[in-house]
Write a protein that binds this ligand. Structure first.
Ligand SMILES: C[S@@+](CC[C@H](N)C(=O)[O-])C[C@H]1O[C@@H](n2cnc3c(N)ncnc32)[C@H](O)[C@@H]1O
Length: 242
């Protein structure tokens, strides 16, 4: 699974930013909430930075030190403030050694790809100083209902709504914000919809389910049914170390 995830994302890194409007919105919304809570000069880690949609916002926090982790993506090319020390921490977030005494552990649109997100949240909370924040987003179990109605199984192993994310937080963490959203995208036809999934790396993970003839058949059926939508259900939880 891990190899498939890495391959799907690295293959489509170039097209990701152009297509990932939902993920960009999720990162912007999370950072809006975080910005007033994080002091300048913090120690921060981002898990699953991808092309840097959240990283760009973390840069505005002018951290003293930031660790950037991803399974497949190279470090986003960003101009960091001179006093920020940036550490590349490539690899599987569930396996790498995490730094300690962190003020913020942040991750957007990544947790759903883990088979045991709860375990990573537990390890992440162990790295926090008192008052430190663990801020994560995922997608709810009802993500992409349009694809489920077509009989296509969910691409990711661990969908969680906000309640589910909060439930996965270690008991000692204090949840300070949690929310679910619904974001619907419209597509002129099935080709555009599957193109969008491919560009954001999701299609490669559902790929095994669809042979080329079956995909063609499905696309014809979808086009006959008229206007097409794809409904994302992002979820978020921010918790504080007491
Ligand atoms: C949908 S992208 C999200 C990227 C970015 N955080 C954003 O908000 O756009 C998911 C990213 O998580 C990374 N990823 C998936 N599983 C991972 C793991 N086990 N450890 C670290 N990164 C992982 C992928 O390589 C990919 O870059």
């Amino acid at each position: 699974m891990k190899e498939r995830i890495a391959a799907a994302f690295s293959r489509h890194l170039a097209s990701y930013d152009g297509a990932a409007s939902v993920q960009a919105r999720i990162a912007a919304r999370l950072s809006e909430r975080l910005t007033p809570m994080i002091q300048r000069g913090a120690r921060v880690i981002e898990l699953g930075h991808g092309t840097g949609l959240l990283t760009r916002h973390l840069l505005q926090l002018e951290p003293r030190e930031i660790w950037l982790n991803d399974l497949a993506a190279p470090l986003p090319d960003l101009h960091w403030p001179e006093r920020t020390r940036v550490h590349a921490l490539g690899g599987d977030a569930t396996e790498i050694d995490l730094p300690d005494r962190l003020d913020l552990v942040a991750s957007t649109s990544m947790l759903q790809w883990l088979t045991a997100p709860r375990e990573l949240l537990r390890r992440a909370s162990d790295t926090l100083v008192p008052g430190g924040l663990l801020a994560v987003t995922s997608f709810g179990p009802g993500n992409f209902p349009e694809l489920a109605r077509l009989g296509l199984a969910a691409g990711a192993p661990s969908y969680r709504d906000a309640d589910g994310l909060c439930h996965d937080m270690p008991r000692h963490m204090e949840v300070i914000a949690a929310w679910d959203e619904t974001i619907r995208l419209d597509f002129p036809d099935a080709r555009a919809l599957f193109g969008h999934l491919r560009a954001t790396g999701v299609n490669g993970l559902m790929g095994g389910q669809l042979s080329a003839p079956r995909l063609r058949h499905l696309m014809k059926r979808m086009d006959r049914d008229g206007a097409l939508t794809l409904t994302y259900h992002p979820s978020c939880c921010i918790a504080r170390m007491p």
